[in-house]
Design a protein. Structure first.
Length: 728
């Protein structure tokens, strides 16, 4: 069996040279450029980790990492030794004991070298040159990039935003994931892929040839386990144990090392993986064993979820295990420095997502660390997985070839995670990428994984920012950017303490410093018309209030259009990846903004609401002081897959003029996974002398003693000298 020897720990480092990517992907050493800045001093650094946040802050170049280690030699049955890197950003060149092992490009994928003939018993010297370069502003960055890093090196939510002078600062260079030696037997298992197909258990009663099967036909699972076998030619056995099913054995003949062989496992009554709101995200242990001459030679243990997922691209509708479901989603970029994203931070983020009733996330234009996807598997959250391509790239064969290689790496790395629901090849593509590169990438993904839907690009037309870049938040009444909606929202400041920590306590703020932290001045003041107020406390309150109003209005309109205009939505975005001012609803330190409270309310699986008139103004009394009744006709969205029977609702109106309670007296039903656009109305008889002012209106949907949903609105009561009854 393979044995691992960790090489994590304290490594020496020495900056070698500044490096710039010139046109056509040529790397130019800064040491040869007149006026090149001085290099930082050498030192020591913990591996895994990034050099950002150390004495190498914002260093764009090549750093030589080195360390010595002792190796106790190969044990019985150990035939080869491999040096494994689980993540280096971005270019790596590796030497062991003076032998040049080779190079690797990319930031997210593991890679390895066979060092059997190089590693020594006893002391060894390992050297790794890591290059994380600056892409030359203008000729290369931002429109002809060559590094496949997505939002890690070009984004309006990273340090410096998209400013050509500052947009690549605080890069993500380093040996950010584990490094180890692995001893392997003569024959061993390589990549193992598990794919599930759900098929009918038996023909339904009355079935005839050519009849379409109902989607709820009781399924069985056929699980295909594909394993790459390394080792000498000969006869082997593959044994697969899946959950509590009997072990399946398949005899295989290996002609040459690296062949792929398959074992099919039938599961008559599978416990399926569901999103948390549809059922249990059930996970099964899967053990794959390789035997030769009746003896175990290698073993791989996996955790898999049995499920099928599909996506109707024309309607934007999702299907899990044959069942249509509505995705209440958000975009996530937890950090730009994945080496810092530990299990504690991942668990904290998953708890925040679940507490907001989110059942889907778009991993926005990057590949996160595997532990994040493990957590989504366990939590029952479906993932729209973007590849790390953002906007424009060099139109060269080398970039296309590198992108094909790396997108295949992504699919192989993440393909066993049941949470992965869809692959997307690029975000907001330029003409060349959309019509030339992205179709090639989609074909490459399909060759690796035919079990999931694939989108060549996430289109500009699928992203809308009315009320931020143009228009008014009420333009969301037209439910724009459907049927596939993967971005919408508005910026909001984090709390006043965070703002002072970012840019100081000066007032008015330093606008250039704020822009570096991604704040958008024109959109804030000239489109959203957010008021500054007299200090940070006012500014934060006004900014968060605007974002919350926009998100509430937009999400409620989209949810009412469920399956009519769209099958899901992904708010942009969930958390800040660094101390900044962005579209997030959770700040970098994970302090929720008002917008997070909106998601908690508006993303309830069962949601009651109503559509207030423009500017949230209602009429309570006329000029003569006569009572004017308020008629409330709510709507109800039911994302549960069961009928809600015998529902009633309560109304509580509270404000400067007192508190008033009303209830519906006509029970009603809400169909499963559907929208009731008009529940029975309730006439709220407000006092004739009700004082005008600010009021809240709270709705509570009940089924017996159970409160199914609560929602609230801020309203204004005014006196208007007209007689018609107001209906809401």
């Amino acid at each position: 069996m393979p044995r691992q020897v960790s090489l994590n720990g304290v490594w020496r480092y020495e900056p070698i040279t500044w490096v710039t990517v010139k046109a056509d992907g040529v790397l130019v050493d800064g040491s040869s450029v007149v006026g090149s800045p001085d290099l930082p001093a050498p030192g020591e650094m913990d591996v895994p980790g990034h050099w950002q946040g150390t004495a190498l802050q914002s260093f764009d170049g090549r750093v030589r990492f080195s360390r010595t280690f002792d190796f106790d030699g190969r044990g019985d049955g150990e035939r080869s030794v491999w040096l494994v890197f689980e993540g280096v950003d971005y270019f790596a060149h590796v030497w062991l004991n003076g032998h040049d092992l080779g190079e690797h490009a990319g930031y997210f994928q593991p890679f390895s070298f066979d060092v059997t003939d190089v590693v020594a018993t006893g002391s060894n010297e390992l050297v790794v040159d890591v290059t994380c370069p600056l892409e030359e502003p203008g000729d290369v960055w931002p429109d002809r990039k060559i590094q496949i890093k997505g939002i890690l090196n070009h984004w309006d939510c990273r340090p410096g935003s998209w400013d050509p002078r500052t947009g690549q600062e605080q890069n993500s260079g380093g040996i950010w994931n584990n490094v180890y030696l692995e001893t392997r037997p003569a024959a061993y298992l390589g990549h193992v892929r598990v794919t599930t197909r759900l098929v009918p258990r038996e023909a339904p009663e009355g079935y005839s040839h050519g009849t379409e099967l109902p989607v709820d036909a009781l399924p069985q699972a056929i699980v295909l386990v594909d394993a790459v076998l390394h080792g000498p030619a000969g006869e082997y056995e593959l044994h697969v144990a899946l959950g509590n099913e009997p072990e399946v054995t398949q005899a295989v003949r290996v002609s040459e090392s690296g062949e792929r062989h398959s074992v099919a496992v039938r599961v008559p009554r599978p416990a399926l993986w569901w999103t948390w709101d549809l059922g249990e995200p059930h996970l099964e242990p899967c053990t794959v064993r390789l035997l030769r001459d009746g003896r175990d030679v290698d073993e791989r243990r996996l955790t898999v979820g049995l499920r099928e997922i599909d996506f109707d691209q024309s309607r934007g509708e999702w299907f899990l295990n044959g069942r249509r479901f509505f995705v209440r989603g958000t975009n996530v970029v937890p950090t730009l420095w994945l080496g810092q994203y530990d299990q504690t931070a991942i668990d904290r983020d998953l708890a925040l997502l679940r507490d907001a009733h989110i059942n889907g996330v778009r991993v926005c234009v990057h590949v996160n660390r595997e532990e994040f996807y493990d957590a989504c598997d366990r939590a029952g959250i479906v993932v729209w997985q973007d590849f790390a391509l953002q906007w424009g790239y060099a139109e060269t064969p080398s970039v296309m070839q590198e992108a094909v290689r790396q997108i295949k790496d992504m699919v192989r790395l993440l393909g066993n995670h049941p949470c992965i629901g869809l692959w997307c090849c690029q975000n907001e593509s330029t003409f060349h990428n959309k019509y030339i590169l992205d179709p090639v990438l989609a074909a490459a993904v399909a060759a690796e994984d035919g079990s999931r839907p694939i989108r060549p690009t996430s289109e500009f037309s699928e992203h809308t920012y009315v009320g931020w870049y143009s228009g008014h938040l009420r333009d969301y009444a037209a439910v724009p950017a459907t049927p596939v909606l993967t971005e919408f929202g508005a910026q909001a400041l984090p709390d006043a303490e965070a703002m002072r920590s970012m840019v100081g306590d000066v007032w008015p703020p330093d606008w250039d410093a704020l822009a570096y932290h991604d704040f958008q001045y024109d959109q804030t003041f000239n489109v959203a018309k957010v008021g500054m107020g007299d200090g940070w406390d006012d500014f934060v309150r006004n900014s968060q209030r605007y974002q919350a109003r926009l998100l509430k209005f937009a999400i409620e309109r989209y949810r009412q259009a469920k399956y009519d205009k769209l099958g899901g939505l992904f708010q942009f975005m969930f958390m800040d990846c660094w101390p900044s001012v962005t579209w997030s609803v959770v700040a970098h330190d994970r302090t929720p903004k008002q917008g997070y409270r909106v998601l908690q309310e508006a993303y309830q699986p069962v949601l009651i609401g109503f559509n207030p008139p423009r500017d949230a103004i209602i009429t309570g009394v006329d000029r003569g002081g006569h009572a004017r009744p308020l008629v409330v006709s709510p709507w109800v969205v039911n994302d549960r897959h069961c009928v809600l029977t015998g529902c009633v609702y309560d109304i509580a109106i509270e404000g400067i003029g007192g508190c008033f309670a009303f209830s519906s007296d006509k029970p009603f039903d809400v169909a499963p996974d559907a929208v009731l656009h008009r529940a029975p109305s309730v006439t709220c008889a407000l006092p004739g002398d009700l004082e005008p002012g600010s009021y809240s209106l709270a709705l509570t949907l009940r089924q017996g003693a159970e409160a199914l949903s609560r929602n609230s609105y801020e309203l204004a009561v005014v006196s208007i000298p007209t007689e018609p009854q107001a209906t809401i």
